[in-house]
Write a new protein. Structure first.
Length: 212
């Protein structure tokens, strides 16, 4: 059970973060920086994204309680959001909920590029936040939740490695290769979105007493 949770959570979160698909954007945003400055940006952006995801993972339940939101309602909304992101990825587009043209322009105008837009919303965007909150709310056991938290750490470590070797990876696969990876990740996300939407819908129907 723990292994299954780890595989499912890792595949989902990794697909949403999509470090390979981010490489062309990262290169475009940091082309005018030195290698040392790029490494510094990568460290700060990955650390910031990790902190954001952990905050939502740990305190997601309290956010639900404060706003009176049920996990099933969040699954339905999250399923719609993640499916939209997956659809954009299948079309070969960077998800609009992750970065807009205005976001990219602002990144050049200020030095906080590591935090915005790289850390948020490129790495820790709405889709990733939704996924970690759903996985943490889906399992009540301490062991399962620790696995989800560990998964977040591992995804961020993998993202750090991919970005550190961004130049080599991009030279190997090119823009076409990164687009192909993006579409594959989008397919995985679409399946995840349909599943959580279905689970949330069934839960709401049970809450309303419409199904047993």
């Amino acid at each position: 059970m723990v292994v299954e949770i780890f595989i499912a959570a890792f595949a989902t979160i990794f697909s949403i973060v999509d470090p390979v698909g981010i490489i062309p954007v990262f290169k475009g945003l940091t082309y005018h920086y030195s290698a040392e400055e790029r490494r510094s940006i990568i460290k700060r952006s990955v650390l910031f994204a990790l902190i954001v995801l952990l905050i939502f993972a740990v305190f997601g339940y309290f956010i639900f309680s404060f706003f009176g939101i049920t996990i099933d309602a969040f699954k339905v909304a999250g399923g719609i959001l993640v499916f939209k992101i997956a659809f954009d990825m299948l079309q070969g587009e960077r998800p609009k909920s992750k970065m807009t043209k205005e976001d990219e322009d602002e990144a050049y105008e200020r030095e906080a590029i590591a935090l915005f837009p790289l850390g948020v919303p490129l790495l820790a965007g709405p889709g990733a936040i939704t996924a970690v909150m759903i996985y943490m709310g889906k399992f009540g056991g301490i062991e399962e939740r620790i696995v989800v938290l560990l998964t977040i750490f591992l995804v961020m470590i993998a993202t750090y490695i991919f970005l550190i070797f961004a130049d080599r990876i991009f030279n190997k696969i090119g823009r076409v290769g990164s687009m192909a990876v993006m579409r594959l990740m989008g397919l995985i996300l679409a399946a995840f979105a349909v599943q959580i939407f279905f689970e949330g819908t069934i839960g709401l129907l049970r809450l309303a007493g419409l199904v047993a």
